[in-house]
Design a binder for this molecule. Structure first.
Ligand SMILES: [Zn+2]
Length: 327
């Protein structure tokens, strides 16, 4: 179900246009949203109501079992405008960001592909005016996943393109692009694969370059002839459109709620930073700019600063489950 009205409230400061939205925001003052880096917080587990309330908050989490490199959607529903809520997780190096959504708060939580398997938790505390503290903790299980390994041999000249110094030059642009996100979901339904072609490298693959481990593959590679058009996987705002040393001509789209997609090694860019794009709109052409061994698109999906498997977005709209749950 899609409801219209309202605007991106300038979460990025990029002068965003009014876009179709799915959220009904709380009527009065913004809820206090606290993002915490956490570890070691202990609750008794399960639901703990300090005082009875007619319409209590409810914490929803989906899925409850997943692999490293996937993501969770957490929704806290049934909040009053005066409630103050904070989320915590014991996932390592994870900062949660929550956004007002349907009289509640929603948070997309990426799980880094190097996270050890095991049981983790998402906790929430809600301070309710005149009612005290309400808190709940939900568990989820990170199942083991074996990522494949790829060995690349490249010339020293090519390797220079991804030197530490070149990365350092690129990073400020990338960090700035992902530093803010629209506080509304700008996307429309499931995502499109931005390019039809042969997948040549999986997400999370362990890459060796000239025999040295070179980290994890942060997206998927799709091979296609030079010049093939690449489209935006979904609607949003272009938050980066420029040449970078390592990823060549690069576009990044902010889809709202801290969710971004990136399109790398393009031959050229057909969009500009700050521009609104619609799902399926052409954003560039396939190339091999930056550190690339052939003509292909590197497609990434990022939640905050955590890379996740972009094909998950194609399989299902991340908001679908809660549309069914909450009507
Ligand atoms: Zn790649």
């Amino acid at each position: 179900m899609t409801e219209t009205g309202g605007a991106c409230r300038g979460g990025s400061g990029r002068g965003r246009n009014e876009l179709q939205q799915k959220a009904i925001l709380p009527k009065t003052r913004a809820l206090t949203i606290v993002s915490l880096l956490l570890a070691g917080l202990t609750f008794s587990g399960g639901l703990s109501l300090c005082e009875e309330k007619i319409s209590s908050p409810r914490l929803l989490l989906e899925p409850s079992r997943l692999h490293p490199g996937q993501f969770l959607v957490v929704f806290l529903e049934g909040l009053d405008p005066d409630d103050e809520a904070s989320f915590q997780t014991n996932l390592p190096q994870t900062t949660l960001k929550a956004y007002p959504y349907r009289q509640g708060l929603i948070s997309l939580v990426g799980v880094d592909c190097r996270t050890p398997p095991g049981e983790y938790t998402i906790s929430v505390r809600v301070r309710q005016k005149d009612l005290g503290l309400w808190q709940q903790k939900l568990k989820f299980v990170l199942e083991p996943k074996t990522f494949t390994t790829q060995h690349l041999e490249v010339s020293p000249k090519k390797l220079e393109v991804r030197s530490r110094e070149k990365w350092q030059q690129d990073l400020p642009f990338i960090r700035e692009a992902r530093s803010k996100s629209c506080d509304l979901p700008l996307w429309e339904g499931g995502f499109l694969a931005p390019l039809k072609g042969r997948k040549t490298a999986d997400f999370g693959l362990i890459r060796y370059i000239n025999g040295k481990e070179a980290g994890r593959h942060s997206g998927i590679d799709i091979a296609a002839p030079n010049g093939t058009l690449v489209v935006a996987a979904n609607s949003g705002i272009v938050c980066l459109a420029r040449f970078l040393n390592v990823t060549g001509y690069t576009a990044m789209v902010d889809h709202g709620l801290n969710l971004f997609t990136s399109y790398c090694h393009l031959e050229n860019l057909l969009v500009k930073q700050g521009q609104q794009v619609l799902k399926g709109q052409e954003i560039g052409q396939v190339g091999s700019t930056g550190f690339a061994t052939g003509s292909h698109l590197h497609w990434g999906a990022i939640i905050g600063s955590i890379f996740v498997d972009p094909y998950l977005l194609v399989e299902k709209d991340p908001l679908d489950i809660f549309d069914q749950e909450t009507g």
